[in-house]
Design a protein around this ligand. Structure first.
Ligand code: NI
Length: 396
């Protein structure tokens, strides 16, 4: 007998060509974070053509919110897709490669957007039976980790019981979904350390305080922040990625500046690492007569999945004939984590058999994953609606 999930999967397959065309149209016209004006216009057009309501009561400058359902009483579940591209010159040689020089959908957000549109089309066809409302969040500026905040500020999470989303995963084969309870992606914080010394003639170092020597010691000592403070079964990364100082071969400068990033998967480890980082940088500088000031550039917290939603995601994958596997966590950051601070959420990795990792100029994905991703999001949204609806009834 054909189940409702079988029907959904077949219908998604029928929509496959249309979804691929949508993805390629987006791929040809990538726009950077907070500049997704044409992308937003296109998404609006595709949704409106299918009779889907745009929820302009949640105003966004770029990106948009849409809604399906609400004809029957029930909870609200949000499906999130990010829509922005990266400042990378595309080197795929594809016939539908980027037409915007220096910009590329090198993280596959075009895939996420097309998959969410696919889910919207599928859910629209079942709208009369939806036990609640599915709210689609087409979010700008994920790459700057500032778009989720705009969506939250618009009020679009009001009444939302759960939020789901996915990211394509090049190293997982098409037909698999990486689903993990607990931490999946890292908190991605940045830092800027200013080391203040005192300038002098290079031949008379005793007249000054050398910030370059101090900065070099700080970089070395920072290597102990993760290795001597974080246990073997926990993890953290501390990377110094920029170090600037000086103007001439014969002058000891008066300051040095170093930047970089810290990645952690756990809030407690995150706090400990940030505290030790500051103590080490300030202490080493002070020992050498210099002064370090540490500025944090706070990024998204860890993506931390809800256990119950993870079970529903596994059941959704299985119902569609997809293989649910437990993925290794990624040390990359994701601003989906900001939604999970507000409501329970589930972020999945979706197999796309890509030749390159995210953010590579030859990044690509296997488009056969697209209708599968659309079906997965639709199936999951519906299952979460049903589950949250039962929970609410149980409480009444
Ligand atoms: Ni991405």
């Amino acid at each position: 007998m054909q189940t409702a999930s079988d029907k959904l999967k077949d219908r998604a397959a029928e929509l496959g060509e249309e979804l691929v065309a949508i993805r390629r149209e987006l791929h040809r016209h990538p726009e950077l974070s907070h500049e997704e004006v044409e992308t937003t216009r296109r998404i609006r057009g595709w949704l409106q053509a299918a009779g889907i309501r745009i929820a302009d009561e949640y105003p966004l400058r770029t990106g948009l919110i849409a809604e399906i359902g609400g004809l029957r009483e029930g909870p609200v579940v949000a499906v999130r897709a990010d829509i922005d591209a990266l400042p990378i010159q595309e080197e795929t040689g594809l016939p539908y490669a980027s037409e915007h020089p220096g910009k590329m959908h090198a993280c596959g957000h075009d895939f996420h957007t097309a998959a969410a549109i696919g889910a919207a089309l599928l859910l629209k066809e079942r709208e009369a039976d939806l036990p609640g409302t599915v709210r689609l969040l087409f979010q700008p500026a994920e790459e700057k980790a500032t778009g989720a905040g705009k969506v939250i500020a618009s009020g679009a999470l009001s009444n939302v019981s759960a939020v789901v989303g996915l990211h394509n995963k090049p190293d997982l084969p098409v037909g698999t979904v990486g689903i993990k309870n607990g931490p999946l992606m890292a908190a991605a914080d940045g830092f800027v350390v200013e080391v203040a010394g005192r300038g002098s003639h290079a031949a008379v170092p005793e007249a000054g305080i050398d910030p370059i020597v101090a900065a070099a010691h700080i970089v070395t000592a920072l290597q102990t922040v993760a290795s001597r403070n974080v246990g073997a079964l926990q993890s953290a990364v501390v990377s110094v990625t920029k170090l600037h100082s000086g103007t001439s071969w014969n002058i000891i400068p008066d300051k040095a500046v170093l930047d970089g990033t810290v990645r952690t998967f756990d809030e407690e480890v995150r706090e400990r690492v940030l505290r030790r980082f500051r103590e080490v940088a300030e202490g080493v500088a002070s020992a050498l007569g210099a002064e370090a000031s540490v500025r944090w550039v706070e990024g998204p917290p860890p993506v931390n999945n809800d256990a119950e939603l993870a079970k529903l995601a596994e059941a959704s994958a299985q119902a569609l004939g997809l293989a649910a596997i437990e993925p290794s966590p990624s040390p990359a950051g994701e601003d989906f984590a900001f939604y999970q601070k507000e409501v329970p959420g589930l972020f999945a990795f979706f197999g796309t058999s890509g030749p390159q990792e995210w953010h590579h100029p030859a990044f690509d994905l296997d488009e056969r994953a697209l209708p599968l991703a659309a079906a997965f999001l639709a199936e999951l949204a519906e299952r979460v609606l049903r589950h949250k609806g039962q929970e609410q009834k149980g409480r009444e």
